[in-house]
Design a protein around this ligand. Sequence first.
Ligand SMILES: N[C@@H](CCC(=O)N[C@@H](CS)C(=O)NCC(=O)O)C(=O)O
Length: 232
Amino acid sequence: MALYTLHIGNKNYSSWSLRAWLLLKELDITFDEVMHPFDPVKGNQAHFEQFSPSARVPCLVDKDLTIWDTLAIFEYVAETASVWPADKAARAFSRSVCAEIHSGWDAIRTLCPMNCSLTIKTESLPDELQHDVNRLSSVIEEGMRRFKGPFAAGSRFTGLDAFLAPMVVRAVGYQLSLSPLSRGYLDHSLRNPWLAEWIRAAREEPWREPHEDEEGLRRGPLVRDYRAVREL
Ligand SMILES: N[C@@H](CCC(=O)N[C@@H](CS)C(=O)NCC(=O)O)C(=O)O
């Protein structure tokens, strides 16, 4: 029997869902996955509030406990599993970067919405987006230098890698320019079999979020759309 239930959104678009899903998969924690496709016409509020107090995904259910919001889910799982690095400095760094991403990086999140299916040749990088891209590059670089890789905070996958996964998808999909060391991290992350499985499933989804696709395409011309299935 699965330990938890994890409510998630569309794999193509739901960056926060990816983080929690990837963490549980990497930690080998069994869970039932319940996907709730976003509804770009009616909105999600009425549907999502049936299982999540914030009406957002991801949302984790452990028997009679409901844990919502990605950081809270990570800390809940950390009570019984090895989410964060054993090394104190690496743990402090990881939590700082995760908190920074969670409460900031608005430009990269809104101007480059995660889209597992599209490759876009980014030509328009407003200053605030360039700032976030530089910050992404520099936190990966710092993690790799200080904790020696190949993961962001040392020799094994941790919560920080789960937090960075949607940024990896963005960096590749929007062809963002990162430092050579950071690019090495991207290549290593893309070889993660669970991330590859998520991306594969995302590309088979029939659902579309037109405003997300349009926002992404404002960054530059489409190089490739990997979606296998026609829109419903
Ligand atoms: N702070 C929340 C953010 C969650 C969030 O914004 N999730 C998006 C999907 S990636 C969502 O549920 N959107 C539905 C909506 O806004 O209607 C977290 O960290 O989990």
